[in-house]
Write a protein that binds this ligand. Structure first.
Ligand code: GLU
Length: 486
């Protein structure tokens, strides 16, 4: 009988969620949802110095923002485990690792290594450039003796015994048959001398006990997979199937890292990106949907996800494309939803705007064509709010032109001559023509003073977009201020 599909995302909570981590989480999530399986969140926090509850919350917040909800794992508010296979924090599973470590020792698959760090360093130095792995110690104490020695205070790590057997072969769901050289791994530590288990060991035990059926993770984990498989075999556990995804690269084809700029989901969140755009974008770094189409909702991704289309070539993180994708998702949002997302930004910037449905519809219809990120709304909308109107120093030259006063006055008369609460873009165009005829000026001597009378400076906002959003009364007060500045 096929195993129930159970996949996991297993972050180490040492900072914000990286876009690479988001992609790993997403592929596992999509696979689970597509297959009717379970998506589990396990917290790999055995590095006690670097793993903090604060970082954990940061990662959970990022995952929640992305909408990658997990079926089992830790609760995002209480951090308590929820699910039948808990606890889901490795720091709370130490007794399980110790128990399995004992089994490996007892079965002869592992041994205590009493060599000190200095001794190991000397071994490394002595083999110089040829060094690949730590050799097995010349003598391995019998387990009872070793345990007594440890009990009397000696410090020892536990190493897993890696015995030859030729090339290692991993059948990878993405890469097919992967062959790794026999000497790729030597006897590796599973339990440090301070009693803390290492990643490869915890991960294998947890994946086994949590009955994980598939593991999708980045290709840099291939050598870990090799070690983890050895642990499954030794303990008689059924190993999950593994798929190793390509790396995400920066524009220079090097592995994506901080020096390429923003790499965490949190940064993109702050930069005004939408979670659906981020998911869509990272989904296509390493996977293709099959056709030419590239813009997908979460549900479409779930529907289309197929492991067969995960690919091995490194995927370049193209910022421009990401921006385009964000703009596309943003423009497709219902106006009410988009407005809700903009609300906190306007509030933070102290931009006050009318809240009527008409205004929301009209302003978003106009401005969303100019928005690639949510943040773009700030400078688009700011001039709508009259409190930001002031005659800027940049307007000085315009104010000195002989014809400016006449333009202001003619413009004022045009506004007075209208009756609606707002002007339309067409009315505005017509009014400019009227001013032109009345004063007999054209080009910059016409347009720049009108601009100054609306936004306080001769350059900036696209007036055909802006004017229909500013109340006629406000336009009047603005031109009066401009007249007063002459
Ligand atoms: N905690 C590991 C990491 O953050 C998980 C790797 C895995 O998926 O096994 O890289």
């Amino acid at each position: 009988m096929a195993r129930p599909i159970r996949v996991r995302f297993a972050p180490s909570p040492t900072g914000y969620l990286h876009v690479g981590g988001a992609r790993t989480a997403l592929y596992n999530y999509l696979f689970a949802k597509n297959q009717g399986g379970t998506f589990i969140l396990r917290i790999e926090d055995t590095d006690l110095e670097r793993s903090t509850d604060e970082s954990l919350r940061m990662q959970l917040d990022d995952l929640k923002w992305l909408g990658l909800d997990w079926d089992e794992g830790v609760d995002s508010t209480t951090l308590e485990s929820k699910g039948d296979y808990g606890p889901y924090r490795q720091s709370q599973r130490l007794d399980l690792y110790r128990k399995h470590c004992d089994q490996l020792l007892e079965k002869g698959f592992a041994y205590y290594d009493f060599r000190t760090d200095e001794e190991l360093e000397q071994i490394k130095q002595a083999s110089g450039e040829k060094f690949t792995r730590i050799p097995r110690p010349e003598t391995i104490l019998d387990l009872t003796e070793a345990r007594e020695k440890v009990a009397s205070g000696a410090s020892a790590a536990v190493r897993f015994k890696v015995d030859g057997g030729g090339e290692h072969v991993i059948n990878d769901l993405v890469r097919g048959e992967v062959r790794l050289p026999e000497d790729m791994v030597g006897d590796f530590i599973i339990m440090r001398s301070n009693g803390m288990p290492v990643y490869n060991f915890c991960c294998a035990i947890d994946d086994a006990l949590m009955e994980i059926s598939h593991v999708f993770r980045a290709e840099e984990h291939l050598s870990n997979t090799l070690r983890q498989k050895m642990i499954y075999d030794a303990l008689g556990f059924e190993a999950p199937e593994f798929g190793h995804m390509s790396l995400i690269l920066g524009q220079d084809k090097q592995k994506l890292s901080k020096r390429h700029g923003a790499t965490s989901c949190h940064q993109y969140h702050e930069m005004g990106y939408l979670p659906e755009a981020l998911l869509n974008f990272v989904a296509l770094l390493g996977w293709s949907a099959g056709g030419d189409e590239e813009v997908f909702s979460r549900d479409q991704l779930i529907d289309k996800f197929d492991v067969k289309r995960l690919h091995t070539a490194g995927a370049v993180f193209d910022e421009e494309k990401f921006k385009w994708m964000n703009a596309t998702h943003l423009r497709a949002l219902p106006h009410q939803k988009l407005w809700e997302l903009l609300g906190p930004l306007f509030e933070k910037e102290n931009i006050s705007l009318p809240e009527s449905e008409d205004f929301i519809d009209k302003s978003l219809t106009i401005f969303k064509t100019k928005m690639e990120t949510l943040l773009d709304a700030i400078e688009l909308f700011r001039p709508v709010d009259e409190k930001y109107f002031e005659i800027s120093d940049e307007a000085t030259e315009v104010l000195e032109w002989e014809t400016t006063k006449a333009v202001f006055e003619a413009w004022r008369a045009q506004i007075k001559g209208q009756s609606g609460m707002y002007l339309t873009a067409d009315e505005f165009g017509e009014m400019q023509n009227q001013v032109k005829d009345a004063v007999g000026v054209k080009g910059k001597h016409l347009f720049m003073p009108i601009r100054v009378a609306i936004i306080g400076k001769p350059h900036g906002a696209d007036l055909k977009m802006l004017v229909p959003l500013v109340e006629r009364e406000s336009l009047l007060r603005r031109v009066d201020k401009a007249l007063a500045a002459l």
